[in-house]
Design a protein around this ligand. Sequence first.
Ligand SMILES: Cc1cc2nc3c(=O)[nH]c(=O)nc-3n(C[C@H](O)[C@H](O)[C@H](O)COP(=O)(O)OP(=O)(O)OC[C@H]3O[C@@H](n4cnc5c(N)ncnc54)[C@H](O)[C@@H]3O)c2cc1C
Length: 419
Amino acid sequence: MVTLTHKQGGDKTFVVVGGGHAAGRAIEALRESGFGGRIVLIGEEPSPPYERPPLSKDLLSGKAALDSLWVRPQDWYAQQGIELLLGQRADAIDRKAARVLLADGRSVAYDRLLLTTGARARPLTVEGADLPGVHAVRTIADALALRERLWPGARLLVVGAGFIGLEVAAVARERGCEVTVIEAAAHPLGRVAPASVGTMFAELHRSFGAMLRMDTVLTRIARGPDGRGLVAFTADGFEWQGDAVVAGIGSVPNTELAAAAGLAVDNGVRTDEYGRTSDPAIYAAGDVTSHFNPLLGRHLRLETWQNAQNQAIAVARAMAGGDQPHAEVPWFWTDQHGINFQSAGAPLGWDEVLWRGDPGARPSMVFYRQDGIVVGGATINQGRLMRHLKQLIARRARVDGALLQDPSSPLDRIANSAP
Ligand SMILES: Cc1cc2nc3c(=O)[nH]c(=O)nc-3n(C[C@H](O)[C@H](O)[C@H](O)COP(=O)(O)OP(=O)(O)OC[C@H]3O[C@@H](n4cnc5c(N)ncnc54)[C@H](O)[C@@H]3O)c2cc1C
């Protein structure tokens, strides 16, 4: 790769589309790598790049202020000479002319382009999904609108027992709401965790007073009696009446811009380990990518803070001429009702689940193995063990199951001596 020194980069323009977490970290890394050229950020939301995890946690509960979300304060961008085009949607990429076309008719030329268009909340498709009082949680505006609904005694229906739905359920209970959660699968977190982990979360939420109904799907939402509130119906004949519905049914990658420009897209914009797309002038990072992970030896799409941050930094460095691939064990966390749950490894690729300590105890830990190899796992209120778990996963370690399950056998020693 050609290194762009500060001087060489000075006459180049790098355009970043998408104003989220990945965009913010990438811009920061471009400047830290010494890229001195023009940087233009095109972001559809009105705010500068921010981190989303607090949207379903401390911002929603009111414990965190909006200011704590910014990747960098707004004046930092001006100090760094970054041109912010916020509240602006990139409508198309003209690859021949190397220009990004904006919704308002303007266009911006690029030497290199970074796509960080992220993902959007998967919308409910049932009748009544567009009624006032039906919410999603993806943006600051979404979280602030939902917060308004979470008054003590408000009745909330959470559709989907994934991480975001359960985090919202926990905050709503803390704020004194009556909470009902419905989920299509037999246990929560079915997309990312085994049944025993899902059951632990179901018990946790029930112990804090939420009502959970598994194995059922939402069929319809309507206005409540006399036009007040909402009613919702499920396939198993349950009828809920209340004040607000929140959908936590996953997200959809914003790949349309890339696909329309003819870039390779397959459940995400396809990139290599440097973030390079099928066009050498265009890179991608964050939730929108289906990127090659050299540790796992395959492509995957992640929706995690870690990936938005570290992949974006690695890709920005590659854009500025660096030659370090992005290679990390996937990791994410959630905080609910005083539980800090951290998970590592690629989701849903195991044939064996081994608990270290009583299943679901606090603290405890769980390993996921495939053909005897540690491919993933999670810690419950003992995040300090996470680095050893990541080490085992990165090494594709084959460790005796009895040793993993024995809390008295030190994990650091197991990880360091693993073949
Ligand atoms: C409520 C919530 C809680 C979360 N909690 C956790 C957590 O606890 N732990 C964890 O690991 N991860 C968590 N995540 C995931 C993490 O926040 C995401 O992985 C991360 O935000 C992805 O960053 P991104 O920059 O790739 O995409 P995004 O954050 O989605 O940003 C993409 C931006 O691009 C903009 N955009 C899209 N198309 C265009 C266009 N054509 N033109 C201009 N702009 C465009 C979008 O409007 C958006 O602002 C959470 C996510 C949410 C929503």
